[in-house]
Write a protein that binds this ligand. Structure first.
Ligand code: ZN
Length: 586
């Protein structure tokens, strides 16, 4: 003990001498004292070397030789929320004082903190709270699971569940009777796996005011019992009737769900999320969490253009520009067309699998062009959902027109969310107009079973076209659009560099010419995402003076990319640090 103490005293003495001798240059001006946190023995990829070429070739100064990546540092020291040193473990430990927490990462990989530029973490939090009924064989175990949950929920509060299989259960649909007996004091709403059925108890039927006389939309079915009353099962379009009757989620529940979603994102390695579509009630919840200092990770809020009163309020006030806050409201999310799977995306020519049909966009889809223009004029960044090649072209046209009417608005780094199908002639326009393509690696590998049927053999080349966009100079940022897709960084990186799904299909990758390199994929979740939120001077790379926003992985995706990319799928997040604070630790 005393020897160890002496050794550590000696170490400190040497450290102090070394600090006196050579550290002043390495320490930020005026700052004195030790680090709060030192992360040692890591494989650090700082990403502070030059940008790769548009074909993915690493820059000359990149830590890349003979086809293999190498970490470019070993340790990081953090003080007052910022990185004060990056380099060797020995030198990082010179920043140690009695208050310093030193974490030996034992060879784990340290990256700039991960960013997901398009999430729905509130919805994700609600999904996490719902009782999971997936894979259950029938009503009995489902009811047991709901009853178990009810024990922990105050009486009268709604209980939601999801995942029972309305397809597999179709020959023996459940009804309200046993569910109402087991859970009489909470309204219970259980959604089917595919969204075509809702099963509820008597308390929910009563709370929603549903009776045998309720008007069921065309294409819907409200099942009735032997007594002529609703029996608790609602099919197809009757689900929409139920949704329309649902009361708003109480504010405290919203705040709880937001926190739940954010906490999970922190555990999954994310230091910042962009919430794509915040309405007035969500904003109240976020502001409350920020005010109470409870946001675990940074939230970049994109206001929902569909909430016109909220938009007018923010247009009058103007965007937040103080990046140091945990909640920054600087962007607006708008919808321009539908989705490709359901053939709502607007195409320039007919759907290959439905002649005469081209989807829907713009005003017909509820896009409020005037309000969008006002938001741009007020200095907001606009992120417009566009999927089809016509949807994308129309949004690019809209940006172009707005920039000539109001040249100053061009500086606000506008985005197209998804940018899923792009006509060849529109590819260069992203760079020309300075529009970022905010895209989802999971979508490519999840849509591949049917996307080509919708688009045909020509247009498919412009779909999920990360490489083509890059080669045309477009800026990319990556995300998962959760909870629609799995936001695991390991899944995202794997999809981005292999174009294969989780089952490693197809073996050669789906349109593999659109693959990115591991460096590009990591940049799209870090430094390129920092740019998309006006933060490239504060974060995105690991360098002295930057925010101590860091993510630690138990495997090295740079090393594996060249040898065994499928192994990346098994990765785990070990540590998440936001502004120097450890928000998750395995
Ligand atoms: Zn979305």
């Amino acid at each position: 003990m005393s020897i160890a103490n002496k050794a550590s005293q000696l170490g400190r003495l040497i450290a102090v001498m070394l600090l006196a001798a050579c550290a002043p240059k390495a320490m930020p001006q005026g700052a004195a004292g030790g680090a709060d946190l030192i992360l040692t023995d890591a494989r650090v990829y700082t990403l502070s070397w030059g940008e790769p070429a548009l074909d993915g070739t690493p820059a000359r100064d990149a830590p890349f030789a003979k086809g293999q990546w190498h970490p470019d540092a070993q340790a990081v020291a953090v003080r007052d929320g910022r990185i004060v040193f990056v380099g060797s473990t020995a030198r990082a430990l010179e920043y140690r004082s009695q208050q310093t927490r030193v974490l030996d990462l034992k060879g784990a990989t340290l990256l700039p903190g991960l960013v997901d530029t398009h999430t729905h973490f509130l919805e994700f939090g609600a999904k996490l709270e719902a009782v999971d009924l997936t894979g259950l064989p029938g009503a009995e175990p489902a009811i047991a699971r709901v009853a178990q949950r009810a024990k922990a929920v105050p009486k009268g509060e709604w209980i939601f569940g999801a995942g029972w299989d309305e397809g597999a259960w179709a020959s023996h649909y459940p009804d309200k009777a046993a569910l109402s007996r087991a859970v009489p004091d909470h309204p219970v709403v259980l959604r089917g796996l595919h969204g075509f059925a809702v099963w509820m108890n008597q308390a929910a039927i009563d709370a929603l005011g549903i009776t045998a006389a309720s008007k069921v939309p065309v294409g819907g079915e409200m099942k009735l019992g032997a007594d002529g009353q609703p029996n608790g099962l609602f099919l197809n379009n009757a689900v929409r009737m139920v949704d329309a009757l649902m009361p708003p989620v109480p504010q405290p529940v919203l705040a709880r769900q937001a926190l739940r979603g954010l906490t999970q994102m922190a555990q999954d390695g994310y230091v910042t999320v962009h919430e794509a579509g915040v309405d007035a009630r969500a904003m109240v919840a976020f502001q409350q969490l920020e005010g109470e200092g409870r946001l675990p990770i940074r939230v970049y809020a994109m206001l929902s253009l569909r909430d016109a009163p909220l938009m007018r309020q923010w247009i009058a006030r103007g965007p937040d520009r103080d990046n140091s806050r945990m909640l920054v409201t600087r962007a607006v999310k708008a919808y321009y067309d539908g989705a490709l799977g359901s053939r709502g995306a607007r195409l320039l020519d007919d759907y290959a699998d439905r002649p005469g049909h081209r989807g829907i966009s713009g005003q017909g889809y509820g896009f409020d062009r005037d309000l969008a223009a006002q938001a741009m004029r007020a200095g907001f960044q606009l992120g417009v959902h566009a999927i089809g090649d016509a949807g994308n072209r129309e949004v690019l046209d809209l940006y172009e027109a707005q920039f000539s009417a109001d040249p100053a608005s061009r500086a606000n780094r506008h985005r197209i969310e998804h940018a899923q199908v792009i006509s060849p002639q529109d590819m260069p326009r992203f760079a020309k107009l300075g529009i970022a393509a905010s895209m989802e690696p999971p979508h490519a590998v999840e849509d591949m079973p049917w996307a080509e049927a919708r688009l045909g053999p020509q247009r498919i080349h412009g779909a999920y076209a990360w490489r083509t966009l890059r080669q045309n100079g477009a800026r990319l940022t990556f995300n998962a659009d959760n909870p629609g897709s799995d936001h695991s960084i390991f899944y995202g990186l794997h999809a981005a560099i292999t174009r294969r799904d989780k089952a490693l299909q197809p073996p050669g990758g789906w349109y593999p010419d659109q693959r990115l390199t591991i460096e590009e994929a990591v940049r799209a979740y870090t430094v390129w995402s920092a740019w998309a939120a006006f933060r490239e001077d504060q974060t995105g790379t690991i360098a002295q003076g930057r925010w101590a926003d860091l993510t630690v992985l138990d495997l090295d995706p740079f090393a594996l990319a060249g040898t065994a990319p499928e192994k990346i799928l098994a990765g785990r997040i070990m540590l998440t640090v936001v502004g120097g604070r450890v928000v998750f630790e395995r």
